[in-house]
Design a protein. Structure first.
Length: 279
């Protein structure tokens, strides 16, 4: 079986919005590179943090005067504003996925994982733990209409997976703004029917953990929040558009218009048609 081509390079740099969805973490770029044997840089400097995952192969990375010998399954940080050097192995050069990021809580999140200029690596991370998230992030970044919120979601999933592996309690995951990431995911996917169990699985939470997270932040259950978000969106569409109720029901994630009518009446004690007549 033929392996991946050495020397291939794929990176997507994101345009920075003047009003990003969050200033805590902003994704700068996502990429994938397969180095050639002995490929090296004696001096490299970046203004964003870059989190790499070694898919296969090995190499050496020198940071802050210390050389780290890294191999398949290792995850390492290229700290911003720090001169580093690296060299791919002569016999088994490394293949890497990576994400560049910055923001108000970038240092805090890396500290949460135990990463710093003096300790840049986490070792023996199974591919299934984080690799799909790196791959999905890069694939999403290629889309010209990509939502920055979705990229942040993939990044937080990487952090969440690493936290779980390190034994950090997900009940204390609020420092990585997990609640607001889930809320943004729900708001961005109102046109798709969502199951609460699936949301919990996606963010590596049990359903009781997800319930406590929403009760602590919103005072309601995840299901109640989701229903309310759909109904509020429906009200906006009814009030500000001339869309049919069938179109609105689909945009709010309801397969059947009758189900949408029933949910709307239960929420507001009037029908969508009566609400439109009130404009």
């Amino acid at each position: 079986m033929q392996g991946p081509e050495q020397g291939s390079y794929d990176v997507v740099h994101l345009k920075h919005s003047k009003n990003p969805p969050s200033t805590e973490i902003i994704i700068d770029h996502a990429g994938h590179i397969i180095h050639t044997p002995g490929d090296s840089s004696e001096k490299d400097l970046r203004n964003v943090d870059i989190l790499h995952y070694v898919v296969r192969g090995k190499g050496a990375f020198t940071c802050n005067g210390k050389t780290f010998f890294l191999r398949q399954g290792d995850l390492f940080l290229f700290p911003r504003d720090t001169i580093v050097s690296y060299k791919a192995d002569e016999q088994d050069p490394w293949e890497l996925y990576y994400v560049g990021f910055f923001g108000e809580k970038a240092d805090y999140y890396m500290k949460l994982l135990g990463l710093s200029k003096s300790n840049i690596a986490l070792h023996d991370i199974p591919p299934g733990t984080v690799l799909p998230y790196y791959q999905n992030m890069l694939e999403a970044a290629r889309d010209q209409d990509v939502s920055l919120t979705s990229l942040m979601g993939w990044f937080y999933l990487i952090l969440g997976a690493l936290m779980r592996r390190s034994g950090c309690s997900m009940d204390k995951a609020e420092p990585i703004d997990l609640f607001h990431t889930i809320v943004k995911y729900i708001q961005a996917n109102l046109s798709h029917p969502l199951r609460i169990a699936a949301i919990a699985d996606m963010f590596h939470l049990s359903q009781p953990q997800l319930f406590r997270l929403f009760k602590r932040n919103e005072g309601v259950s995840p299901q109640r929040y989701y229903t309310r978000a759909r109904m509020n969106y429906a009200c906006t569409l009814i009030h500000q558009s001339l869309l049919s109720f069938k179109e609105i029901s689909q945009l709010c994630g309801y397969e059947y218009e009758s189900h949408f009518y029933k949910a709307f009446r239960k929420e507001f004690h009037i029908t969508p048609a009566e609400f439109r007549d009130m404009r």
